[in-house]
Design a binder for this molecule. Sequence first.
Ligand code: BDR
Ligand code: CA
Length: 302
Amino acid sequence: TIPVLIDQDGGIDDALALILLARAPQVNLVGIGAVHGNVDTYAAARNGIRALELADDHTTPVALGAPEPLAQPLHLSHPEDLLAAIGGTPERKPADDSAVEQLLRASHDHNGTLHVLALGPLTNLALAITADPALPHRVKKLVIMGGAYREKGNISEHAEANLWHDPEAADTVLSAPFADRTLVPLDVTRHATVTRMWLRRLARDTDRLWGRMAGWVLESTPETTLPTWPLHDPLAAAILLNPTIATYDHHPVAVTLLDEHRGQIRPTTDIDRPATAIAVTADTSTLLDDLLRALTSRIRQP
Ligand code: BDR
Ligand code: CA
């Protein structure tokens, strides 16, 4: 099995990605870190625990990470926390260790084999690298959902939310010597969208939480339009499981820290930076089926 640590910011698509990997037989989930972003860090931890519970995982530790970005004020994308509103109170509490301690420990326990999947702002990863600059050498593969590469951003004209929420942290991570790192940008995740038929099946077949969410998305979208529920984080999880579903550009990249381009990724000629594989196309044809299987493989009775 592949040891995987996920760092996440408590969004609905984060939860779906967690469930996908928690149900994947080839994955050994070694820990979940929580970070600010979609919701605050505490809510992100609770949502991580909720997601694991829905996958019948009652043991993977969920650790609290950084409550705010390294160098800018906290800004949450979804302070209303939809998962809390419809998800109930989780049974478990967060782990005693911080997300940074958990990541460093996992990198020693699984030295040379650990896979890290970052689904939120990169604050926890940057803090871990600062605490122990040798961390990247112990990580086999890093996959990051983040960035708007050739396309427009989703939180500003030029920036994607995960990078924009902590550009300094993102730049620290993208300049660190991870031998194998992949960026899964908006350019590909934008095309990983749900269909009405999938939502109807979800609404019918699964646990009430997802059923209600699917029903809610269906109801709030006119019949004639495509429902918008982009599966950003699940696509990054699917690419971690099977890198061959995507094609890549290979460039060293930097994150712009100034002006209105703050949070934008750009190729750089800085020879000290290792190349990042940037997904430019992705085959999303099996993602919906894989997700539906993960969500419905054991139905929890409401
Ligand atoms: C990313 O930001 C968050 O809203 C999502 O969970 C995803 O990780 C998309 O820009
Ligand atoms: Ca996320």
